[in-house]
Design a binder for this molecule. Sequence first.
Ligand code: 5GP
Length: 196
Amino acid sequence: MKELQERIRQEGLILSDTVLKVDSFLNHQVDTKLALAIGQEFKRIFQDKTITKVLTIEASGIQFAMAAGIALDVPFIYAKKKKAVTLAESVYSAPVHSFTRQETYQVSISQKYLGPEDKVLIVDDFLATGAALVGLVDIVRESGAELVGVGCVIEKSFQEGRGLLEAKGIEVHSLARIASMSPGQVHFIDELIPTT
Ligand code: 5GP
C-alpha cells in the first residue's frame, strides 16, 4: 500500500534496527482516514473469502480490526490482555510473549463471541516475532472456527513472524513489508498483493 509506505518514510521513527515508532499516525494518534483505507485494503485482499468475524488483540490492533469490520460489514472482537471482572463467563485463552514489553501475558476472549460457525480474519498493527498472532491463531483453533487468514498493517520481514505463521499453513498479507531498516532509512519489499 503506497500511501502507507510513504507515511512510514515521512513520519516513522526508527529507534533501532528492529523497532519502528509510528505513533504519530498509526498506533497512538491515529489518522482515521488512513485507518479506514487500511480496512478497505484488507477487504480487497480477502474479497474472495467468506469472513464472519475480524479478530485482533488490544490495544493497537483495534482501530484496524474495526476498519476491516466496517469494510466487510461484520463484527470485530479484540482479545483482552487482562481478565476483567466483567469477563466472568468461559473464555478461550493463550499465552503471548510481548516483543516490545518483554513480558508474557495471557490473552482471552469470551467463548460467547467465537465458535465453529465462524470464519475469522485476524488483523494486527505489526507482525514482528509473530508471538501475538500465534496466540490469536491458538484461540481461533480452540474455538473450532475456521481461520481465513492474517492481515497485518506493517510487517518487519527480517523477523521470524511470517515464517512461523506460514509454517502453520496460514495465509499472511501485510500492507507494508519492511526488508530492513536503520535510523533514517527504511527498505520495503515491494510486491503486488493479488486480488484473487
Ligand atoms: P510480535 O508478537 O509479532 O513480536 O509483535 C506483537 C506486537 O508488538 C505488535 O502487535 C505491536 O503492537 C508490537 N510491536 C512489534 N514490533 C514493533 C515495532 O517495531 N514498533 C511498534 N510500535 N510496535 C511493535
